[in-house]
Design a protein around this ligand. Structure first.
Ligand SMILES: Nc1ncnc2c1ncn2[C@@H]1O[C@H](COP(=O)(O)OP(=O)(O)O)[C@@H](O)[C@H]1O
Ligand SMILES: N[C@@H](CCOP(=O)(O)O)C(=O)O
Length: 321
């Protein structure tokens, strides 16, 4: 459950009065999500999402996130649009938290995506990369090599509680990625968290992308690696090459990969698997018992990392040579 901060009707009405958003009819907390508190509002005009930004989100990053959604929506990408207040600001405050109203996106996320959906995701991801090219604000990826080191420093002493031998294995992986991480690949704005719960479909048609709160500037092919990890493994841990091929082909139908990006894919997939392993491990170890949030399994990402370590050639992801 992700409602960390409670709101009340009186404060919410005062908050809404700063917007041209109609009259409040009802509101309820949304159980899904991990990072922020989200509420669905029904008003006399349109349904809206209210997001209260919680402590892991740096307030200084909010102009990037909200500005990016605006920028992408203007360029035709289907994503939520932040509503401006009467004074033009995209951000207000509610219950002591920075807060924004964003448009409600129709659709639902797929619990059992198939190859055709993975293809749609590849297309949308590449479109986002193209649409983000001229976005003016920059935000370095806080969860790249240095961020991984910080997370690991906070977790490694207790890593073997989760699985014996983890401290040594992950330590070796961090060292490998530190020396082999690609530097000269095309970069730009990436979503950085394009998991199934952040992509909405109406029937089989992709209706939009949400949750831009990890978006940043980084290697574009790294975003594809995140997508392969998040969408193309089955529950039993097996990589589904049909889904991988579909996602890569969808991506390349909009933005063909350079040879150097293709060659780097196994390392990028390893980095992506490590990144989600590390945040999940940190949350697994540090989230207090009884906290109202569903902890995600770090070992799922360790298994993916081991799979990528055994890859010898990017064709094993479904890329056509
Ligand atoms: N613009 C939106 N339109 C419709 N539903 C949304 C929208 N934004 C968020 N949601 C709902 O809120 C849930 C959590 O949102 P998300 O941005 O993923 O939260 P978090 O950043 O806390 O992980 C989503 O799974 C979805 O159900
Ligand atoms: N996708 C991440 C966790 C972040 O959750 P989200 O609700 O913000 O997408 C993971 O699976 O570890």
């Amino acid at each position: 459950m992700a409602v960390y901060t409670d709101i009340n009707e009186v404060d919410l009405k005062a908050f809404l009065a700063e917007y041209e958003a109609g009259d409040l009819l009802s509101f309820k907390g949304i159980a899904e999500g991990v990072e922020n508190s989200n509420f669905l509002l029904h008003t006399s005009t349109d349904p809206l999402i209210l997001t209260l930004y919680e402590k892991r989100v740096d307030k200084n990053d909010l102009p990037f996130f909200l500005g990016l959604m605006h920028h992408l929506a203007e360029r035709g990408l289907s994503c939520p649009l932040p509503l401006p207040r009467r004074d033009g600001a995209l951000l207000g405050e509610l219950s002591g938290r920075p807060a924004a109203l964003i448009s409600f996106l129709e659709g639902m996320w797929l619990r059992k995506p198939e190859a055709r959906h993975c293809r749609e995701v590849g297309v949308a991801l590449a479109r986002m990369h193209v649409a983000g090219r001229d976005f003016a604000i920059r935000r370095p990826n806080a969860l790249s090599l240095d961020g991984w080191q910080d997370l690991w420093a906070k977790s490694k002493d207790r890593a073997d509680e989760v699985e014996p031998g983890l401290e040594a294995e992950v330590g070796d992986e961090m060292a490998f990625l530190g020396t082999h991480w690609p530097k000269d690949l095309p970069d730009g704005v990436i979503h950085a968290d394009l998991f199934p719960d952040n992509v909405f479909f109406l029937g089989d048609d992709l209706s939009g992308l949400i949750d831009f709160y990890f978006a940043c500037n980084d290697l574009l092919a790294y975003d594809l690696a995140i997508g392969l990890n998040a969408w193309c493994f089955e529950k039993d841990g097996a990589y589904n090459i049909t889904k991988g091929k579909a996602m890569i082909e969808g991506y390349q139908s909009v933005r063909p990969l350079l040879d150097a990006e293709v060659d780097a894919l196994p390392v990028l997939c390893r980095g992506s698997a490590l990144r989600f392993f590390l945040t999940r491990l940190y949350d697994w170890l540090m989230t207090p018992e009884g906290a109202l949030v569903v902890k995600k399994d770090p070992l799922e990402y360790l298994k993916k990392l081991r799979f990528h370590r055994a890859i010898e050639n990017s064709t094993e992801y479904g890329l056509t040579p």
